[in-house]
Design a protein around this ligand. Structure first.
Ligand code: NI
Length: 188
């Protein structure tokens, strides 16, 4: 944990900043102590809250940046915590795949959300360096969820139907347990 960073308050649904379209991070902020500090604080806040992503509007800063990370799996190495600033995303193809999402600003709920499984992403680093990357599957899902926050959109708005909405404890008990049972069957 970055002991030099502060844990910030994450605002919840109902706070008007979550519904604003955020402004680009100004050019003069790149490479500044101010942006570096904000990103370090956001990464600490995200990790301590056990989130995989945190967009600046969620800490009441209506700016176009987010932090995220992707846990590694047996097949993929994952992504270390990082910030993407003034991001632009483009889906590769029209395909949409449903997957479960939650949000630190909508605590305790999970819902099924359709997202593009593959994206091209362009953004800047904290130092202002341009970055381009391709994101697939869960990585692509996290980025779409966070970019939505920059446009005042939350995952509830993207759900095909509210019928899948579940509290976390019930989701773990009924949905996750059923998925794990299915996977166990697939292994046979
Ligand atoms: Ni969120």
């Amino acid at each position: 944990m970055d002991e030099g960073a502060s844990r910030l308050e994450v605002i919840r649904l109902g706070h008007p900043v979550l519904r604003q379209v955020a402004e680009p991070v100004p050019e003069e902020w790149f490479g500044s102590g101010r942006l570096d500090r904000l990103v370090r604080d956001m990464i600490r806040t995200m990790l301590e809250a056990e989130g995989v992503g945190l967009a600046a509007p969620q800490i009441a800063e209506p700016l176009r940046l987010f932090t995220y990370w992707v846990p590694g799996t047996d097949d993929e190495p994952g992504v270390e915590p990082v910030a993407l600033i003034n991001p632009e995303i483009r889906a590769t193809g029209d395909e949409l795949v449903e997957g479960w999402e939650g949000c630190l600003s909508i605590p305790g709920l999970r819902g099924l959300v359709p997202r593009h499984p593959r994206l091209k992403v362009k953004a800047r680093t904290v130092d202002g360096q341009p970055v381009s990357l391709t994101a697939d599957d869960f990585h692509a899902r996290v980025i779409q969820h966070e970019v939505d926050h920059l446009d005042g959109i939350v995952f509830l708005d993207r759900m095909t139907s509210p019928a899948s909405l579940a509290f976390e404890a019930e989701w773990e008990r009924y949905v996750l347990a059923a998925d794990e049972a299915d996977e166990a069957d697939d292994d046979d």
